[in-house]
Design a protein. Sequence first.
Length: 163
Amino acid sequence: MKNLFLMRHGKSSWEYNVADRNRPLNERGIGDAILVGNHLHSLGISVEKVYSSMANRALHTSIIVMEKLLFDLNNFQVNKDLYDFSGDQVEYFVKRLDNSLQSVMVFGHNHALTELANRWGDTYIDNVPTAGCVHLQFDVISWSAVQKGTTKRTIFPKQLKIK
């Protein structure tokens, strides 16, 4: 059984005249990442490896969430293939993961994450919002065999703010 957590970066700031990959999180993005990270921790979510896009907003989101999960940063890696908006590079990345890993979290971008959540999950998601997390589960032993799985849960900041 393979578990994949796809998490979109938090809301980014457009205040600065910087390249796309250098855009920082804004205040809401930081708050939402904290909120989702705390909720993941309260659920007892545990992952073996975390990967992030090299974009500043994805990196910052991943650091916040990993802190909330008390995650060992020795099992964290940045990968340029995750700076993807179509989903093709992320799919290629996931299908090449080490098969000894059972549970992985990937921080990335839209439209890629919504596309993959719908391609691989069994619940249609119109849009994975900023700081949104989708937990997919696959009944396979090899990441390369990932096809259609089960959408175990969605954790979106808006849902958590209603409570």
